[in-house]
Design a protein around this ligand. Structure first.
Ligand SMILES: NC(=O)C1=CN([C@@H]2O[C@H](COP(=O)(O)OP(=O)(O)OC[C@H]3O[C@@H](n4cnc5c(N)ncnc54)[C@H](O)[C@@H]3O)[C@@H](O)[C@H]2O)C=CC1
Ligand SMILES: O=C(O)CCC(=O)C(=O)O
Length: 390
């Protein structure tokens, strides 16, 4: 029986993937084999010795000590793309809210609740409506920083709206490049994008390298009056610099999913309570994908969409015993572990080995089950992080 500890509201459709006869799932579980979570912060929490994997039902993994867990043999997964459409649609809403008099218009219409005469009300509305006039998105330029799952969908949406789209992503993966429309004009650096775009939408992960990428210096070069949208993470912008740029008039509006103290007093800010992925569809997609990845890892040792271990899968050899091995990616570790199996007269039938940066992972199908002594000896091999029979 595997024990799965959950944090946050995980969609019931995802939780239903865990067969109750093989998985115990809940928020109060102790000594879990795996954790399934959304935004709950694991940094600073005690790591249970039983923990084999963490699955983030979502994209951003800045709430998980990914590297540290990797060196402890804990595989961290996320669900790339599973909530991208939800974010994309909210970016559109953000652009419209920043451009049309929607919010003040609604507030004004609601303020007329005391009126009883329909004709008088319509006459008043027609007189006052000029106060709530705005602009259109068509023909404007959108600059997208980060052209991954969300950025590429935002690009397609903006192109469909008749916008011109600029993109900046120095780390663009080959898969992401294939997904991207060739109508997106690639910028060589951030200042080039900021100086040209009427709207700038941020879709980069929270990393040391992206911390405060939108700071006072960047904002000094932004197109005057531009709208900045941040549905990525709070750390990517320097909030004080954004407030100063709004107050000086350099920045037109700031739309974000991450309110900060002081934002409520600034009328040019539209801040939402981190609801970019809060749709039924996206919560389901993320939870199902995260659960399936965890189950395949716990049952078969397969890894897909991990952010610290390599992707790996191997068809099971009928009748074989499957051993998985996580190790430091240095010469000799695997050979040493295999020699332990050979000494124990355990024949290797099939094997797959993958590495990612400083870590490696192996799936070994053996003709017979290694004894507890052999497994313990493999665990003692210098460089081996974790060995498991699955
Ligand atoms: N508001 C919300 O509820 C949500 C927020 N997010 C945030 O959005 C981020 C992006 O999500 P996805 O598009 O799914 O991730 P992704 O991994 O598909 O795309 C991120 C892109 O950013 C690029 N990138 C990395 N460093 C960069 C830099 N310095 N400059 C420009 N580009 C850079 C990468 O090359 C990659 O193409 C997540 O990491 C998360 O923080 C994601 C989902 C929901
Ligand atoms: O789970 C959520 O609601 C947050 C989603 C998010 O920020 C992400 O996927 O990075």
């Amino acid at each position: 029986m595997f024990k799965i500890k959950t944090y946050n509201a995980i969609s019931p459709k995802g939780l239903a993937r865990f067969a109750p006869d093989r998985f115990e799932v809940g928020s109060t579980i102790t000594a879990p084999h795996a954790i399934l979570l959304r935004s709950h912060k694991l940094q600073g929490e005690l790591v249970p010795g039983s923990l084999l994997a963490v699955a983030r039902a979502g994209a951003g993994v800045n709430n998980i000590p990914v590297e540290d867990y990797g060196t402890q043999g804990i595989v961290v997964f996320n669900t790339p793309g599973a909530n991208a459409n939800a974010v994309k649609e909210l970016v559109l809403a953000g652009m419209l809210l920043a451009t049309r008099g929607i919010l003040p218009g609604i507030a004004y219409a609601q303020s007329l609740g005391h009126m009883t005469d329909s004709a008088a009300m319509h006459a008043l509305l027609e007189k006052e409506k000029a106060k709530f006039a705005g602009g259109e998105l068509r023909g404007k330029t959108l600059g997208i920083v980060g052209l991954g799952a969300i950025g590429s969908m935002v690009a397609d949406m903006a192109l469909a709206l008749g916008m011109k789209v600029l993109g900046f992503d120095p780390a663009l993966s080959i898969d992401a490049a294939w997904r991207l429309s060739n109508a997106v004009q690639r910028m060589e650096n951030l200042p080039s994008l900021l100086g040209r775009a009427d709207y700038v939408s941020l879709h980069v992960p929270a990393l040391d390298a992206t911390r405060h990428m939108i700071n006072a210096q960047a904002l000094a070069g932004i197109k005057p009056g531009a709208v900045l949208l941040n549905f990525a993470r709070e750390t990517i912008v320097d909030a004080a610099a954004v407030l100063a740029a709004l107050q000086s008039g350099r920045l037109g509006r700031y739309v974000c999913d991450f309110p900060e103290p002081g934002f409520a007093q600034e009328p040019k800010i539209i801040a939402l309570p981190h609801i970019g992925a809060s749709t039924e569809e996206s919560e389901e997609n993320c939870a199902v994908m995260a659960a399936d990845q965890l189950i395949d890892f716990l049952d078969n040792g397969h890894i897909s969409n991990s952010v610290n271990y390599p992707a790996i899968r191997m068809d099971r050899t009928p009748g074989a015993t499957r051993i998985t091995l996580a190790n430091h990616n240095v010469a000799g570790v695997l050979g040493h572990a295999l020699s332990v199996l050979a000494e124990a007269q355990v024949n290797v039938i099939d094997m797959s080995n993958r590495s990612r940066d400083a870590l490696a992972y192996n799936i070994i199908d053996a003709g017979s089950a290694p004894g507890a002594d052999a497994l313990a000896a493999i665990g003692q091999v210098d460089g081996v992080i974790r060995v498991r029979v699955v």
